[in-house]
Design a protein around this ligand. Structure first.
Ligand code: ZN
Length: 242
């Protein structure tokens, strides 16, 4: 395999992971800034107090900003599988994209290829389980919508990175769902790993849709979303049993 070519630029924004250190989660972001240069400047600005371990430009160039052994400041207030303080246990990758604020656009092939190679390397070196490869919006659904509905999760899953079960043929029309039950949806979201309560269900459903039913991310429990919840819950359940 061709070794990864990674440029170095050290961000001052990192801390100790604590003892004993554990790294078993990968979080994907978009930069949400007008340019890659602006994003790198901000991630390396002491006053901004934000950072990530890696950044991937649209042309596929990769940067390391924080050593993997250190805790980068990328997740903020976050939660998954009932666990918070996720910066301590995760690696963060910033994928350059202007984001919803500056003109959200598709992630180019060269960039996705680089993301795929970087993820594969990290996942294999740290044995990160598939059910802990997540988007920022998965772990902070009320605050964040990155990497967003254009991010190619199916492509990564095909490459063995993360979980994205292909929808059953009928689920596009939501057939086979007799009842749309909010309580069942809440339980499904929690089984997948989302930290959800009845008052955050809309935000969490929107995060779920961005990732697994990206055609419409309105946070509404329609029939297709309910069907998709069942499929994804089953896939996560299986992955955890491995
Ligand atoms: Zn983010």
């Amino acid at each position: 395999m061709i070794p990864l070519e990674i440029r170095e630029r050290e961000s001052p924004n990192h801390g100790s992971r604590g003892e004993p250190a554990r790294i078993d989660m990968l979080v994907l972001h978009y930069t949400g800034m007008a340019s890659a240069e602006a994003a790198i400047e901000r991630l390396c600005n002491r006053d901004a107090k934000v950072s990530a371990h890696y950044l991937v430009e649209e042309n596929g160039n990769m940067w390391r900003l924080v050593p993997e052994a250190r805790r980068a400041f990328h997740a903020g207030v976050s939660c998954w599988e009932g666990e918070s303080n996720l910066n301590a246990v995760s690696l963060g990758i910033e994928v350059v994209n202007p984001g919803h604020e500056w003109g959200y656009r598709p992630f180019p092939d060269a960039q996705m290829l680089a993301v795929e190679r970087l993820c594969r390397d990290l996942v294999s070196r740290y044995a990160i389980p598939a059910h802990r490869i997540l988007g920022h919006s998965d772990i902070a659904p009320e605050r964040k919508s990155d990497p967003g509905e254009l991010f190619d999760w199916p492509r990564l899953a095909c490459a063995g990175i993360g979980i994205w079960p292909p929808p059953a043929i009928d689920s596009a029309r939501g057939r086979g769902v007799a009842v749309i039950a909010p309580a069942a949806a809440l339980a499904d979201l929690a089984t997948i790993g989302y930290c959800v309560a009845s008052n955050t269900q809309t935000a969490v459903l929107a995060a779920f849709q961005r990732r697994f039913r990206p055609e419409r991310c309105d946070g509404r429990l329609d029939a297709e979303t309910a069907t998709r919840l069942t499929e994804v819950r089953t896939a996560y359940h299986r992955a955890r049993q491995r």
